[in-house]
Design a protein around this ligand. Sequence first.
Ligand code: DGY
Length: 319
Amino acid sequence: MSRVVVTGRVPDAAIDKLRAEHEVDAWQSPESIGREELLRRVAGADAVVSLLTERIDSELLDAAGPQLKVVANVAVGYDNIDVPACTERGIVATNTPDVLTDATADIALGLILMATRRLGEGERLIRSGQPWKWGMFFLLGNSLHGKTLGIVGMGGIGQATARRAKAFGMEIIYQSRSEIDPGIAAELGARRVDLDELLTVSDIVSLHCPYGPATHHLIGAEQLAAMKDSAYLINTARGPIIDEAALASALREGQISGAGLDVFENEPRVHPGLLELENVVLVPHLGSATVETRTAMAMLAADNTLAVLGDERPPSPIN
Ligand code: DGY
């Protein structure tokens, strides 16, 4: 029997599955586990099931000890894990791709609709008790039909967002490290372009790339200036892909029309300049937040853990 440490609350089904075979020490408080407590608990663990709020670095891996075999992240993004440090120590790192693709694409579409149709503004207006009535020019937004969606990072979530946008009558262009499957490109009518072209041509830019040194502040002042002044920027990937200070200034100056953000540069803090603006929709990292999706994510992390502890290949290894 191995010792599995779970760093935060996950659906019971995943804990039960792990507990059927191993000793499980699962953090149960709704508050995040503090760093000190985390370092103390991982000592002697054979497996760590981690949430994206916990930094899995050399210090933690050393605190765990040489018996640690697997770090199973309950997220598709794994910028919280020092993967080379895991690899150096022979530790398998895993993530949860695919199971959250549709939920995240739904939120991307939701943000596109909220930003372009000014739904947040309308809701705030009604709740504030201000008088209003229907008017020909009241809270006009922009239509999606016939507009161009530029997707940065055309993996599963980018493609799922494109599929939804196509159903709304949008044209799709994308920037990605590689061409996507030609059949899918044809189905979506999607054309691959470079980032410069994507930024200048798109009516909506939606970010779906992983975060890392190569994508830190991928969208900064220069890129925002290259976008149309009627364009919108959507981010459901990771906050630091955007320079938030530059975005706040571009939105304030009318360099772009609006934005929709599910993720933030210094999460959970939001740049104060963004909080003051009407033309940005802000939601608290809800991309995968459905009962079904979170359960599937936790079950996949459990399967990854059990596979490695059983000396089998896990379903979704990173390294
Ligand atoms: C992920 O899995 O990376 C998502 O951001 C979680 O919502």
